[in-house]
Design a protein around this ligand. Structure first.
Ligand SMILES: Nc1nc2c(c(=O)[nH]1)N[C@H]1C(S)=C(S)[C@@H](COP(=O)(O)O)O[C@H]1N2
Ligand SMILES: [Mo]
Length: 388
């Protein structure tokens, strides 16, 4: 199993290097997932507008994908969702510098050539926006790609994080005016991590996405990639890494992308706020296809990288049925799943999925979700309806 997986990955990597687009490559694997086979049709959901087709990502705006079209392990770079809050700066790639400052033994600057000349690592990782949701978006703020670049840890170790450095701030080249306590101030997009989180081996300064130089909309030339965290952690157009001894309180850590929910704090029930960080355990049905009278249900799972125990699908009031997880899945990729649905009767049906991880955490229903005010972290089960 392990060898087979390695071989398939090596083969995939080779194919990617030939310059084929990722979508074309990923439609080839033998597993149940594929673009429509001959005679196969997409079954519309009745909870979704029929004319829901989306153009590919365009400069200047956001983009969310039509999740009914998910049919390959890697999301095409042109269809990967796009979100940012201060526009999409065009950094000067030839003169690009990434600076590392603050509580380090050696403050340094890295050009793109410096980063390219270091040893390169690759990881398959999927993520979603912390604001992704069922209603209206049908979970479209989501994507999965093979990322290539430089280990963040190797850079931090080279600069030497000092013992009293506690928090690492990652600044993007994009900025906007924020009104803070009645004062307009210019701020760059930034996120921070505790040193311990930043030092995880899987974190990367990504230079490539699905075998291409990082596209402009996804942070050219360098973005941070923190596998297992919500998209907001993956700072695009990265220009500065700063080590400090106190928390970073900027908008996207301290005010926005902050979840407000009611939870037990010891024996007290309290309203608590926390920055959106690790991805909550989530699955959703996104696609149903039909070939003759056989149907196939496809969905995705995202989480923080904790191994999974099962993904199950319930049709109407039937039993939970175990779905098959795409064997290409890796710890931090999205996990696509399928279930064959035979003998679907005429009429309206409801399909819902739930995922359980190795620690026994089960994805909650809407009713089981914590009481929550902010719009972040929507990971409830999502029942879908369709008419056969
Ligand atoms: N510099 C910068 N990086 C950013 C953002 C931003 O506004 N500026 N938005 C974040 C958010 S909220 C998300 S969901 C992801 C989206 O990444 P993508 O557009 O590559 O899918 O980028 C993150 N990185
Ligand atoms: Mo986001």
């Amino acid at each position: 199993m392990h060898d087979e997986k390695m071989n398939r990955r090596t083969a995939l990597k080779k194919t990617l290097n030939t310059g084929l687009v990722a979508g074309a490559v990923a439609s080839m694997p033998p597993w149940g997932l594929s673009a429509l086979a001959q005679g196969e049709t997409l079954v519309p959901f009745s909870d979704m507008p029929e004319d829901y087709s989306r153009p590919t990502a365009q400069p200047g705006g956001t983009h969310f994908l039509d999740t009914r079209q998910i049919s390959s392990f890697y999301t095409d770079n042109k269809d990967f969702y796009v979100v940012q809050h201060y526009g999409q700066p065009e950094l000067d790639v030839a003169n690009y510098k990434l600076s590392v400052t603050g509580m380090v033994d050696n403050e340094r600057e890295y050009s793109l050539a410096d980063l390219r000349s270091r040893s390169q690592v690759q990881i398959d990782a999927g993520f979603e926006c912390g604001g992704n949701r069922a209603g209206g978006l049908f979970q479209g703020l989501i994507g999965n790609a093979r990322w290539g670049g430089v280990s963040l840890r190797s850079i931090l170790e080279e600069c030497g994080v000092q013992a009293d450095g506690k928090e690492i701030v990652f600044f993007g080249g994009d900025s906007g005016t924020e009104n803070i306590r009645d004062t307009d101030v210019e701020q760059n997009f930034a996120r921070s991590l505790h040193v311990e989180d930043a030092m995880r081996d899987v974190n990367m300064l990504a230079l490539e996405m699905n075998g291409e130089a990082l596209p402009q909309l996804h942070g050219r030339p360098v973005r941070l990639l923190i596998p297992g965290f919500y998209g907001v952690a993956n700072v695009k157009w990265l220009t500065q890494i700063h080590v400090q001894n106190r928390r970073y309180m900027g908008r996207f850590m301290g005010r926005d992308y902050v979840t407000l929910k009611r939870e037990a704090v010891g024996s007290e029930e309290r309203w608590v706020e926390h920055s959106v960080t690790r991805t909550q355990l989530k699955s959703s049905v996104v696609r149903v296809t039909k070939l003759g009278n056989r149907h196939k249900i496809t969905g995705f799972v995202l989480n923080d990288g904790t191994p999974l125990r099962s993904v199950e699908v319930k049709i109407d009031n039937g039993p939970w049925q175990e779905a098959q997880i795409d064997p290409q899945s890796t710890q931090y990729s999205w996990k696509l799943f399928t279930l064959d649905w035979n003998g679907a009767g005429r009429g309206e049906h409801t399909l819902v999925s739930r995922v359980t991880d190795a620690n026994g955490h089960v994805q909650p229903t809407v009713e089981q979700m914590p009481e929550k005010v902010s719009r972040w972290e929507n990971y409830a089960q999502f029942p879908r309806t369709l008419v056969i």
